[in-house]
Design a protein around this ligand. Structure first.
Ligand code: SAM
Length: 233
């Protein structure tokens, strides 16, 4: 059984995120320019001929709006009703159509196999990964693409380190839920941000494996019956 580190006092809870929006526009929702990760992911989605994309933790909607502009059918989802209103209004102002709704990443309100692609930037470390990752695998079509950027830890300027999940445990959890790692890196930030924190970043481009397909060990590797390797990393 993988040891998923419990949420700590320092991790933002669902009510913390909601409260942050009720106080006014939070700093991460100031800028509507799409992230560089979203720009790169559009290239991957085009290569994979994806049409539908779900963004979890969409904030002001900047990346879902960018996906819609690039021709994808984009669904933006956030736990904060204020964030969802903001994303809807920003999409309207940008004259693009997105579907935006309030929901928790740990219980996605969608049928299985609903999306060709999934995107989440700086959100999933606030969720219980042993609940949210299987939800991603469930709503993604077999072979669908997922981009997930999360914090593996947080180090404060006072020197306190809080782990969300260790690298090995995260990789194991991804494999356990049938994800194939197409690209992955872990990076420790050098500088403290304005909140006096720096993080270990885990950045993953994943492919949803074949669920329900038996996995067989082959020369130390786990391979599904369609021949997809589940242990490229
Ligand atoms: C740091 S912001 C990032 C917003 C956006 N991804 C961006 O890069 O601009 C994190 C967002 O995730 C949302 N969030 C936090 N926990 C969530 C959960 N369990 N389910 C869905 N959204 C969540 C927050 O409300 C917030 O809008």
């Amino acid at each position: 059984m993988i040891d998923v580190h419990p949420e700590t006092k320092e991790a933002m809870s669902a009510s913390d995120w909601k409260a942050a929006y009720r106080k006014g526009t939070p700093h991460w929702a100031d800028d509507l320019s799409p992230s560089l990760f979203a720009q790169e992911f559009v290239g991957e989605m085009k290569k994979a001929k994806a049409k539908t994309v779900l963004e979890v933790g969409s904030g002001n909607g900047r990346d879902s709006i960018f996906f819609a502009r690039a021709g994808f059918n984009a669904t933006a989802m956030d736990i904060s009703p204020e964030a969802v209103d903001m994303a809807s209004k920003n999409a309207q102002d940008a004259d693009v159509t997105i579907s935006a709704r309030v929901a928790n990443a740990e219980a996605l309100p969608f049928e299985g196999n609903a999306f060709d692609a999934f995107f989440s930037l700086s959100v999933m470390h606030s969720t219980k990964l042993d609940k949210s990752l299987p939800e991603v695998a469930r709503v993604l079509k077999d072979g669908g693409l997922a981009f997930i950027y999360l914090y593996g830890n947080t180090i404060t300027a006072k020197g306190k380190t809080t782990d969300v999940i260790k690298l090995d445990d995260y990789i194991k959890l991804l494999h356990e839920h049938g994800f194939i790692l197409l690209d992955f890196y872990a990076e420790q930030e050098d500088e403290f941000d304005d909140a006096g924190e720096k993080h270990r970043l885990f950045v993953a481009l994943l492919q949803n494996g074949c669920h329900g397909c038996m996995h067989v060990g082959k020369a130390g590797r786990s391979v599904c019956l369609h021949g997809n390797s589940l242990s490229a990393f």
